[in-house]
Design a protein around this ligand. Structure first.
Ligand code: CP
Ligand code: NVA
Length: 313
């Protein structure tokens, strides 16, 4: 794998299977070194990351900020409402100016085109910290968790996502698993399918590697013998107006103990968090023997470190 320095991280499809494995290996090494007591590995000494948030965040902000600091650099939290962006300065001009101050930009935005525009006009790497369509940093961390818990042979695993088939976290999970040659089964109601632009990316970048996905309507059928059961909120940030319809349509897709009992006895339950307990998942599952959600949250930091260490010049 040649150097990844200077590259953007917007959808994951910018990277080959080999490059994604290289990122995962790097994350595992950085995690091991951290856990064996090497708290600071100052390879980004003196580097700064600007972090723009149009939406709230707990994990993404904390994982990128601590990762940057533990790599010897620093991170600057910028709420988009406090930037001149809020008064009409363009994304293009913001990207050009930030590039004169910092070595990388991470952004969490509503419309995906905004992160693309930032990347187009910035001269430093731009990292997607969630858009309405993608959450690639989450997906890298999720694959790290899956291989830690279930081994590296992703193509042999039955990975099932239950709930909103048009969810940004699912989109990135299916692209990541697909590029690595695996399959994701999606249990979702009619009208909740992956976004056409994601399907297009999947066909172009994941299918040639042997990646596939399948949509089923019956969650019980989908979860049968699963190794991994994943869900996310039914109402994502920005979808509050659709709340009532979404809750009604997604009600049959709640991850319950009965549903988990259909999966393999050693199946893991995953959720990117934050969870809406009692909606997409019940307490007995997220707090139960299947749940790996806290390890998953921890892995955000280790995976984010790998992205920063590899991409920031
Ligand atoms: N999973 C995730 O991105 O969490 P935050 O919204 O707290 O960053
Ligand atoms: N799908 C959720 C993920 C939050 C991390 C959202 O976009 O709100």
């Amino acid at each position: 794998v040649s150097s990844l320095k200077g590259r953007d991280f917007l959808t994951l499809t910018e990277y080959t299977r080999e490059e994604l494995w290289f990122m995962l290996e790097t994350a595992m090494q950085l995690k091991q070194r951290y856990l064996s007591g090497e708290r600071v590995i100052p390879i980004l000494h003196g580097r700064h990351l600007a972090m723009i948030f149009e939406k709230p965040s707990t994990r993404t902000r904390l994982s990128f900020e601590t990762a940057m600091k533990e790599l010897g650099g620093d991170a600057i939290y910028l709420s988009s409402s406090e930037l001149q962006l809020a008064r009409g300065e363009t994304i293009e001009d913001t990207a050009r100016v930030l590039s004169r101050y910092v070595d990388g930009i991470m952004a969490r935005v509503y419309e995906h085109y905004k992160i693309e525009k930032l990347a187009e006009y910035a001269s430093v790497p731009v990292i997607n910290g969630l858009s309405d369509l993608h959450h690639p940093a989450q997906a890298l961390s999720d694959v790290l968790t899956i291989i830690e818990k279930k081994g590296r042979d992703i193509s042999r695993l039955k990975i099932v996502f239950v709930g909103d088939g048009g969810d940004n976290v699912l989109h990135s999970l299916m692209l990541a698993v697909g590029i690595l040659g695996g399959k994701v089964i999606i249990a979702s109601p009619n009208g909740y399918e992956p976004h056409p632009s994601v399907v297009k990316l999947f066909n172009e970048y994941a299918a040639p590697n042997g990646g596939s996905y399948e949509i089923l309507r019956d969650p019980y059928q989908a979860v049968e013998n699963a190794d991994v059961v994943y869900t996310d909120v039914w109402v994502s940030m920005g979808q509050d107006k659709e709340r009532e319809r979404r809750i009604r349509d997604l009600e049959p897709y709640r991850v319950t103990v009965e549903l988990m009992r259909k999966a393999k006895s050693d199946a893991i339950f995953m959720h990117c968090l934050p969870a809406h307990r009692g909606e997409e998942v019940v307490n007995e599952v997220i707090d139960g023997k299947w749940s790996v959600v806290w390890d998953q949250a921890e892995n955000r930091k280790h995976a984010q470190k790998a992205i920063l260490a590899l991409l920031i010049p």
